[in-house]
Design a protein around this ligand. Sequence first.
Ligand SMILES: CCCCCCCCCCCCCC(=O)SCCNC(=O)CCNC(=O)[C@H](O)C(C)(C)COP(=O)(O)OP(=O)(O)OC[C@H]1O[C@@H](n2cnc3c(N)ncnc32)[C@H](O)[C@@H]1OP(=O)(O)O
Length: 214
Amino acid sequence: MVGLSWAERIGVPESFALAGLEMDPARLPGGTGWGELAGELRGYLDALVGVDPPADLVSEMAEQLRSWRERLAAARVPERDQPWGHRVDLPARGQALAPHVEMLDRGDDWLEATVVFGRFHLGGHDAVHGGAVALLFDEVLGRFSDTHGRPAARTVSLDVAFRAVTPPERELRLRVWFEREHGRKRQLHGELRDGDVVCAEARALFIVLRPDQG
Ligand SMILES: CCCCCCCCCCCCCC(=O)SCCNC(=O)CCNC(=O)[C@H](O)C(C)(C)COP(=O)(O)OP(=O)(O)OC[C@H]1O[C@@H](n2cnc3c(N)ncnc32)[C@H](O)[C@@H]1OP(=O)(O)O
């Protein structure tokens, strides 16, 4: 997988591509409905976190989820064939782990995006969990690290400074950029803002994988 280009892996020029996403979603893993499903799952998790449901609703939900888990077991595929995390044409790569990110614009070495953390990502006391903020940076810096023809790399370190509380359920701004590239090493920075307030900053080091490190 690692030796393959984005186009070979998923049929798009690269993650965070500005153009070239005109391919037919029906031909991608998960098909045309996958974006809606991922969005509904995200919405379900946000809604679940925010309720104290009556006992009959809890049992009904558990029963329905058990039934879905059993049906899905029959459709299990190897990682390379799953749509979850591979649909770079969709926000958050068509998964619900990372928050909802929408790219606004990008250059060769910088990217701007909006991000909304749901109630699912709440740590406590109306603040987004610090681990979810770190997840956002790893996700976006990691994906952006592999753009503009650069081969795949992996995060070896990620330092996050939490400057102010990151609020859930608000549209925040994210800016990421390359600081330095030398040999197999790529240093990227990121900044998360709520209006003029800097919520968090990140510095990450990525190491380009050798062909045998897939
Ligand atoms: C279908 C397509 C869809 C796919 C979607 C995917 C999107 C993904 C999006 C999500 C993205 C999420 C992204 C994720 O979450 S990636 C997942 C989290 N990260 C990992 O699991 C990485 C685990 N580590 C490794 O695998 C190895 O360390 C690798 C393979 C990366 C390098 O091991 P390798 O044995 O090859 O290299 P080396 O040890 O000789 O080191 C090489 C150089 O690096 C320097 N160094 C190393 N570590 C550190 C450090 N901590 N601080 C400072 N420097 C460090 C080291 O000194 C040396 O420097 P020099 O001596 O040469 O000067």
